[in-house]
Design a binder for this molecule. Structure first.
Ligand code: DGL
Length: 269
């Protein structure tokens, strides 16, 4: 029965675990089939064409394992490949950009929103376009923050170097008078403390991972796709390289511990 199939979730690597975590917390009965493209990360500085090619390969892999929906957990892949995957695959596909944009539009009082993300996501202009479609009066200020991803992956989430970079990246946005900031990259919710400190209480931080889990729950319910049997959730993870490193990172993020057998290696082409 389709309802009891897992939800496919993919990302360029480990960052999408921030999205998997929010889905696990909101939909604890659902099983996830996660693919992290750790051999080809980062996607954030790759071309649209390359990101679409990789995303298509991963969606094909997820569908070959029978999933009932696909969540593109990666902001860059959501920005470049959502329309392609939604048109080509027979299951509902959602990305993280639209839910993040919707929440930011709801949170701003001044109509001035900052978006921080990878270079690819900023270049795509997708956050701006979604926000303009919600309210053309909104002013959107984008900023690529390429050093945040390696800083998180090095475990420097509350290091003074990270704080310094946050000040450098965020000062131009703060001087535009933003009162909402989209954390438009999978890794940035892990920097919420540092970013919140730099921005101060006058700026609402928007976590697209949280908003996506909410939207996924609504989508599954609307389409009558919520899990119906009472078996406990069983998650499986596939990575294209570095299973051990992935497992270590996952154990610091996910609300459950991973067993050795839960993480498998799969090279796609
Ligand atoms: N997952 C990517 C994103 O959310 C960040 C890492 C990368 O550049 O691949 O855009």
């Amino acid at each position: 029965m389709t309802n009891n199939l897992p939800i496919g979730v993919f990302d360029s690597g480990v960052g999408g675990l921030t999205v998997a975590k929010e889905i696990m917390l909101r939909l604890p009965k659902e099983s996830l089939l996660y693919f992290g493209d750790t051999a080809r990360v980062p996607y954030g500085n790759k071309s649209e064409e390359t990101v679409i090619t990789y995303s298509r390969q991963i969606a094909r892999f997820l569908c070959s394992h029978e999933v009932k929906a696909i969540v593109i957990a990666c902001n860059t892949a959501s920005a470049f490949a959502l329309d392609t995957l939604a048109a080509e695959f027979p299951v509902p596909v959602i990305g993280v950009v639209k839910p993040g944009a919707k929440a930011a539009a709801a949170k701003t009082a001044k109509g001035r929103i900052g978006v921080i993300a990878t270079s690819g996501t900023i270049k795509s202009g997708l956050y701006e376009r979604y926000l303009a479609s919600i309210n053309p009066e909104l002013k959107v200020f984008g900023k690529a923050c390429p050093l945040f991803v390696p800083l998180v992956e090095e475990g420097l989430t509350s290091d003074s170097v990270t704080k310094m970079m946050a000040e450098r990246y965020l000062t131009p946005l703060l001087s535009e008078g933003i009162d909402a900031l989209v954390l438009g990259c999978t890794h940035y919710p892990l920097l919420t403390d540092v970013i919140g400190e730099v921005c101060g209480p006058g700026v609402a931080l928007v976590n697209p991972a949280y908003e996506t889990a909410k939207e996924l729950s609504e989508l599954l319910s609307e389409k009558n796709l919520l899990k119906t049997d009472d078996t406990p959730a069983a998650h499986r993870f596939f990575v294209s390289d570095g299973e051990e490193q992935f497992r270590r990172f996952a154990d610091t993020i996910l609300p459950c511990e991973l067993e050795e057998a839960d993480v498998n290696r799969m090279v796609l082409s």
